[in-house]
Design a protein around this ligand. Structure first.
Ligand code: PLP
Length: 385
């Protein structure tokens, strides 16, 4: 039996040719040709005015917050269930993350929970398009507008997803993307920031290059900034992937279709939701085990590994992690974010790489079924009849 990995890209001759061309020619006066082409096509694809290529989505989130002047004393609302890269940049700029609850179906930020989390210190919200799904953007933008919050959309996992026909990442004051090797579109490591705001764009260009003005030839630094740039080699690879984006997104949705069919007969497991007004690109196909089965995610992951299948846990609530736990408020978060604490123990990301075949997916479904059926039925509590 072959090992089935969790994630991985789809690379064709096109990526190899573009990257080889960048390796041979992307220097001297041509150093910016591939980054500029990648950024232009990326902005056009998302229907936004500006795109800036970066080394990661984490750096894109950092720059977005810095460009929006978020800093010490400010609070930024972040959904409690996401990767820590969504919230760590809040600390980078000296602000405080406030964790809000998620919606039980989309697993993304809940608009009412966002509103409950707002205090006089709230300055921004980071909205996360988790696992390729999207939250109720209409409701979230409404809350943000009523309370004067800046909106940063973390679309790291959701390139190609849509809410009412509008692409993920294009909703806020800034949107951010990841091109890590596990993502739908990859450059190995990499990221992009998009925005319609000229002021944010200009500030990001300056901040990502040690405070230099774009075009500066005298190495004059106007402020202390960062060094966050993408190389021509990565941009060439990314451009080739972006020219194939329809194909990449279609394959992600096809893989989910294989899962939906294979899991139709598996009782007690729910897969990712897709509301009628949303196009979900299913970055990670995720199985939620009914709590009545008593199968926690860690147990499922171990059992899948024994069957040579890789998987990952649904993100733990950020507020429960050692990185944040010591800041206090443990009880506060479990009570304030009951959905995040109820959903996340039972979720497992299943293999979602581009190298999957329909028979791999059937093997995963059969393994999950076997794990459920061989799990000892919990004995009834003592004293019950
Ligand atoms: C929701 C989310 N945000 C941000 C990131 C950070 O992306 P990067 O690894 O490119 O910094 C990731 C990456 O996995 C992510 O899943």
């Amino acid at each position: 039996m072959e090992w089935i990995p969790i994630a991985g890209p789809w690379v064709t001759e096109k990526e190899i040719q573009y990257t080889a061309d960048a390796a041979a020619n992307g220097w001297y006066a041509n150093a910016n040709v591939y980054p500029a082409r990648f950024e232009k096509l990326f902005a056009d694809y998302h229907g936004v005015a500006h795109a800036v290529s970066l080394p990661s989505c984490t750096s894109a989130l950092h720059l977005a917050l810095a460009a929006l002047d978020i800093g010490p004393g400010d609070e930024v609302v972040v959904p409690d269930a996401t990767w820590i890269a969504s919230s760590a940049p809040v600390d980078y700029v000296g602000a405080t993350p406030v964790f809000a609850d998620i919606d039980p179906l989309s697993w993304c930020l809940d608009a009412a929970a966002l509103e409950r989390s707002i205090t006089p210190r709230s300055k921004a919200v980071i909205v996360v398009d988790l696992y390729g799904n999207m939250p109720d953007m209409d409701a979230i933008l409404g809350v943000a507008q009523r309370h004067g919050l800046a909106v940063v959309e973390d679309a790291a996992e959701a390139i190609g997803s849509e809410f009412r026909g509008r692409r993920a990442g294009s909703f806020g004051d800034a949107g951010t993307f990841s091109f890590h090797g596990s993502k739908t579109l990859t450059t190995g490591e990499g990221g992009m920031l998009v925005t319609n705001r000229r002021d944010v764009y200009e500030r990001v260009l300056r901040l990502r290059d040690h405070g230099r003005q774009p075009g500066d030839r005298l190495f004059v630094n106007h402020e202390i900034g960062f060094k966050y740039k993408m190389s021509a080699l990565q941009a060439a690879f990314g451009l080739a992937q972006l020219e194939r984006i329809e194909e990449l997104v279609a394959r992600k949705r096809e893989i989910f279709g294989w899962y939906a069919r294979s899991f139709a007969g598996v009782n007690g497991v729910t897969l990712n939701h897709e509301a009628t007004h949303i196009k979900n690109t299913y970055w990670m196909v995720t199985a939620l085990f009914n709590p009545s089965l008593g199968l926690r995610k860690e147990e499922v992951i171990d059992a899948l590994r024994e069957r040579k299948i890789d998987s990952r846990p649904f993100f733990y609530p950020l507020s429960s992690l050692p990185a944040y736990r010591d800041r206090g408020g443990g009880e506060r978060w479990t009570q304030q974010n009951p959905v995040a604490y109820a959903v996340t123990p039972w979720g497992v990301n299943l293999p979602s790489g581009f190298n999957l075949t329909p028979s791999d997916v059937q093997r995963v479904a059969a393994a999950v079924n076997d794990i459920i059926e061989s799990h000892p039925v919990r004995s009834p509590p003592v004293g019950s009849s």
